[in-house]
Design a protein around this ligand. Structure first.
Ligand code: XMP
Length: 328
């Protein structure tokens, strides 16, 4: 639409003017907000922008490669892109850890450590003045008035560094946040306007700690792989069935339950996948989505047949409250 067109034009001009010849660092998570922020900045300052994508190995199926395809050297945008493949480090630190809060803390702290080390390397090269963030209007509101938006975002979301570190590394105190006044649907419109692929623009919301909090209990590479495969099948079937996933959040998680089943002549003792689908307008309250029985059955059949290590599929009926949307 022409409004978004104007937003893009005005924002790119304003960013150019503010940044001048300086360099900008952005933590790219692959989510819609940081993706659109990256493209806007790339239009404004090109190679003066460096994006660091810390791939924690806890993304959805193929997502790390999709981010690289868009922003890497073979992609369409003019910027510097650094992908840090940190999966092994994350799995090592998460080994044996089952408590959800502890898992979140480990994942958050590792991000700061890895992204911080990358930022240090870059700032040692010189020329960096600003950090950028994909903060959007609801993030600002969530944290109350003032400039607390960035604070909430940085510890609730993957993408930012603690303020002390920002200062220590010599960045300006105030991050660049071009989407600060926009709602999610407006961010998506801007994304389309900028020519970002639809699969990125309409991506399902995904928590910062990723599949780390969708694998209930200990996180292992095998369990993450199972969750990725089951989740991909689930979303593919929902799409095929024409279910509007934009009305909420739809994903597969892996329970910590193993149970007995039978496949052919053999007894199995495998994991139970939990399919979750909620309808929500604000993510504060939510109702389980009424997915047609036949669609759920197709998902069940495909997941059990195609994903090794799964012999049971469950649909989660819990609303929020008393449940949360995620399982951990
Ligand atoms: P819950 O599970 O609290 O989730 O009902 C509400 C919404 O927030 C997302 N979520 C997170 N997003 N970092 C994030 O960026 C997190 O640590 C996190 N935990 C939950 C969740 O996916 C849902 O959209």
């Amino acid at each position: 639409t022409w409004q978004m067109n104007t937003f893009v034009k005005d924002t790119v001009a304003a960013l150019k003017e503010k940044i001048g010849d300086d360099r900008v660092l952005l933590g790219l998570s692959g989510g819609v907000d940081s993706t659109v922020t990256a493209v806007l900045l790339s239009k404004a300052i090109g190679k003066q922008l460096t994006c660091v994508f810390v791939d924690h190995g806890l993304m959805r199926k193929d997502e790390g490669d999709e981010v690289e395809a868009v922003f890497g050297p073979k992609g369409d945008f003019d910027l510097n892109f650094i992908r840090v493949n940190a999966g092994e480090t994350y799995f090592k630190k998460l080994k044996g850890v089952t408590d959800p809060e502890q898992k979140r803390k480990i994942i958050g702290a590792l991000f700061v450590e890895i992204f911080g080390a990358e930022a240090k390397k870059l700032t040692d090269e010189g020329g960096f003045k600003y950090m950028a963030q994909g903060t959007i209007y609801p993030d600002v509101v969530e944290s109350g008035a003032g400039n607390g938006g960035a604070v909430i975002k940085s510890h609730h979301n993957v993408g930012g560094l603690p303020q002390e570190m920002v200062v220590e590394l010599g960045f300006d105190q105030t991050p660049i946040e071009p989407l600060r006044d926009l709602f999610k649907d407006e961010v998506r419109k801007v994304g389309l306007e900028l020519g970002i692929p639809r699969n990125l623009v309409f991506r399902q919301p995904f928590p910062g700690p990723g599949l780390g909090i969708r694998v209930v209990g200990e996180v292992t590479p095998e369990k993450v792989k199972i969750t990725q495969e089951a989740d991909a099948i689930y979303r593919e079937e929902l799409e095929k069935a024409g279910i509007d996933m934009g009305k909420g959040q739809f994903f597969a998680a892996l329970s910590n339950l193993r149970s007995v089943g039978v496949m052919g002549d053999d007894r199995t003792y495998d994991y139970a996948v939990v399919l979750r689908g909620v309808i929500t307008s604000d993510f504060m309250t939510a109702e389980a989505a009424e997915i047609p029985w036949s669609v759920l059955q197709t998902c069940m059949n495909r997941i059990i047949n195609e994903v090794k290590g799964v012999n049971r599929v469950m649909y989660d009926l819990t609303s929020k409250p008393p449940g949360t949307i995620e399982l951990e």
